[in-house]
Ligand binder design. Structure first.
Ligand SMILES: [Zn+2]
Length: 337
């Protein structure tokens, strides 16, 4: 029975070595050591003829089984080791994955673009609180008590009679209180109105308002400033149209339309076939606003204007849904890097 024991021992020993072999070369060596012409298993098979006949059959069967087992095992191990181990090999020639650099939000970029243009014309930037009092948001800006903008439908009121500002013009009142003309200021920031959210309207949005107060400021200065801004932001070819309008804090007031930057004025879906796009509101500051903050309207005159941020950004970048600005979808935001 000692030969059978030898077969079992060799089979176990070889099996373990095959499992731990790390290279094809090591497997080749094992093949020779155990299964080669002078190998250990082969030697057993050769020794079978010396056994008594009654033991020969059993031992022969076991030895052949062991050889077939080890041959198959080596074959499998060799195939496994022959597959390229890409993950374990560092290849310095492969392209890197890289680190993606963040970008400013498209709204921030648009505010910066607008501010840069006015800054170039000598305007300073001023900011104010998002939560305002009725005085700064409405009363100081000459809103009559029954003005529709005071309606609960439009304004978010918060505790202690305060409200979320519905425009950035309150900063104008705050700055007028603490400065003396000449004053040239723009006021970028967030505004809030209680509106139904849709592709074109949101409860939160951004504005850049501005105003200029000095001696002898005329409507011509307002018009020239608006033309200079629109050409700088939308392009030299853009045409402007001033339509009479109404704002409580300016008199006279106008809304400015620009020739549609998408169709060049021919008429398209975005401009509703008119060839024009409403882009900002403006006017000469109402004497009552100057008086309320202690400035002599006989001595000083000024103009004010305000533009949204989302709408110019939507037109310039062909964005069709205002909600995209606030969804924080990285696939949308990274387009503006
Ligand atoms: Zn158009």
């Amino acid at each position: 029975m000692s030969l059978l024991d030898d077969v079992t021992r060799l089979r176990e020993e070889a099996s373990k070595l095959i499992d731990s072999a790390e290279t094809v070369e090591a497997l080749d060596d094992l093949q020779i050591t155990y299964l080669g012409r002078k190998g250990a298993v082969t030697a057993i098979l050769k020794g079978l003829k010396d056994l008594p006949v009654d033991q020969r059959k059993e031992a022969g069967a076991q030895a052949n089984k062991a050889r077939a087992f080890l041959e198959a095992k080596i074959k499998t191990a060799r195939e496994k080791l022959s597959v390229p181990q890409a993950r374990s090999v560092f290849d310095p020639t492969l392209p890197g994955t890289g680190n993606r650099v963040g970008v400013r939000h498209i709204i921030t970029q648009t505010i910066n673009d607008i501010c840069r243009i006015f800054h170039g014309m000598g305007f300073e930037i001023a900011r104010g609180p998002d939560v305002e009092t009725d005085y700064y948001n409405f009363e100081g800006l000459n809103f009559p008590p029954d003005h529709p903008a005071r309606d609960m439908q439009d304004t978010f009121f918060v505790e202690h009679g305060r409200l979320l500002r519905t425009h950035t013009t309150p900063v104008q009142v705050r700055e007028l209180e603490r400065r003396k003309p000449p004053i040239k200021i723009i006021t970028p920031g967030k505004c809030f109105r209680n509106e139904a959210i849709s592709t074109r309207a949101h409860v939160a949005f951004h504005q850049v308002d501005g105003f200029l107060i000095d001696e002898g400021v005329t409507l011509a200065d307002l018009k020239g400033t608006m033309v200079a801004f629109c050409k700088a932001y939308f392009g030299e070819d853009v045409k402007l149209k001033f339509r009479p309008s109404f704002f409580p804090f300016t008199e006279p007031s106008a809304e400015v339309d620009i020739s549609c930057i998408l169709c060049g004025g021919k008429g398209c879906r975005v401009c509703k076939q008119t060839g024009w796009l409403e882009i900002l509101g403006c006017g000469m500051i109402d004497p009552n606003v100057l008086k309320a903050s202690g400035h002599d309207p006989e001595k000083y005159t000024g103009f004010a204007f305000g533009t949204g941020v989302e709408r110019p950004a939507m037109l310039k970048h062909k964005i069709n849904d205002i909600r995209l600005f606030f969804d924080n979808d990285i696939r949308f935001l990274r387009q503006f890097g």
